[in-house]
Design a protein. Structure first.
Length: 302
């Protein structure tokens, strides 16, 4: 692969207008803000970006816009959230000629869970037919892959370079780190970034990074520097924010946190609701607690 992505990699929100269409002009402010905070990479089209709601043309154009604005300053990862091998391959082919470091691919997220052989075949075919590096986004509760199956897939399909490990079970995370030491293991355990980093995570791709990139980069840097007192303090502040944004409308809450910090206002795509007044108040209080709103004009909740 061209660039081995590591470190803090925020999954971008997709800048939808109030009518549900994408305002591609607003990709640039977010890219520049996230990279200006010290982020080490970017992910687009994932769950925080409501990638499940994008059609093929929108998906292609969003990744192209992100790559264009990034201009090689940091690796870009393209999320794929679909229900079939065929669709995953088609989306991968749409972006394989762009400067994309890897595909971030979920297992299928509909009701029916493939067995282990079908799951290995799913990722093998995506790799074979796109020729692109793949990061498995292990997030679907009813199709959650065990450390043993993840390790098998990465062993049998060399283009599967790593895993974005979600859910809150650090035992599974620790097991995966031990079973696949040569692969890239990213934390998506938003509430537990600090212990994830101390366990040796190669980086993180998670909504909390997008809601508070400056503090998230500072936490990564603190752990790398061995400053665990500062890391613990940042962990507590980020956990307070996570408790304010974690909900079924997480992408909407994440974009509200971004708006409070100066990014242009954008909207979730229907039927996802915007952040409620109660959520807005909690998000604002958490961001104030970490000093993220200093000098920012903060609107009252509506």
């Amino acid at each position: 692969m061209k660039t081995r992505p590591t470190g803090v990699i925020p999954p971008m929100t997709t800048p939808f207008r109030s009518d549900g269409e994408i305002d591609f002009k607003l990709v640039a402010p977010q890219v520049d803000w996230l990279l200006g905070a010290g982020s080490h990479g970017l992910a687009a089209g994932g769950s925080t970006g409501e990638g499940h709601a994008l059609d093929h043309e929108e998906y292609r154009d969003l990744i192209a816009a992100t790559v264009e604005v990034a201009r090689g300053r940091a690796p870009v990862i393209a999320g794929i959230i679909v229900d079939s091998t065929r669709d995953a391959v088609r989306r991968g082919r749409l972006v394989r000629d762009m400067d994309v470091a890897a595909l971030q691919v979920t297992p299928v997220h509909y009701l029916f869970k493939p067995d282990d052989e079908a799951m290995v075949g799913h990722f093998r075919r995506i790799a074979d037919e796109t020729g692109m590096p793949i990061i498995i986004y292990n997030v679907v509760p009813w199709s959650y892959l065990s450390p043993a199956l993840l390790t098998r897939i990465m062993t049998e399909v060399p283009l599967v370079i790593g895993v974005k490990q979600s859910a809150g079970d650090l035992k599974l995370f620790a097991d995966l780190m031990m079973m696949a030491p040569d692969k890239l293991i990213f934390s998506a355990v938003d509430a537990l970034m600090y212990p994830s980093y101390t366990l040796g995570a190669h980086g993180s791709i998670a909504a909390i990074l997008t809601a508070a990139p400056h503090a998230s980069v500072a936490l990564w840097d603190a752990v790398k520097a061995g400053d665990h007192a500062r890391a613990l303090d940042l962990h507590k502040k980020l956990l307070t924010l996570w408790n304010a944004v974690i909900a079924d409308n997480l992408p909407a809450c994440t974009r509200y946190a971004q708006t409070l910090q100066g990014l242009p206002q954008t909207f979730p795509r229907a039927p996802m609701p915007e952040a409620s007044a109660v959520q807005q108040t909690a998000i604002r209080k958490a961001l104030e607690g970490m000093g993220a709103l200093a000098g920012k004009r903060v609107e009252a909740a509506e």
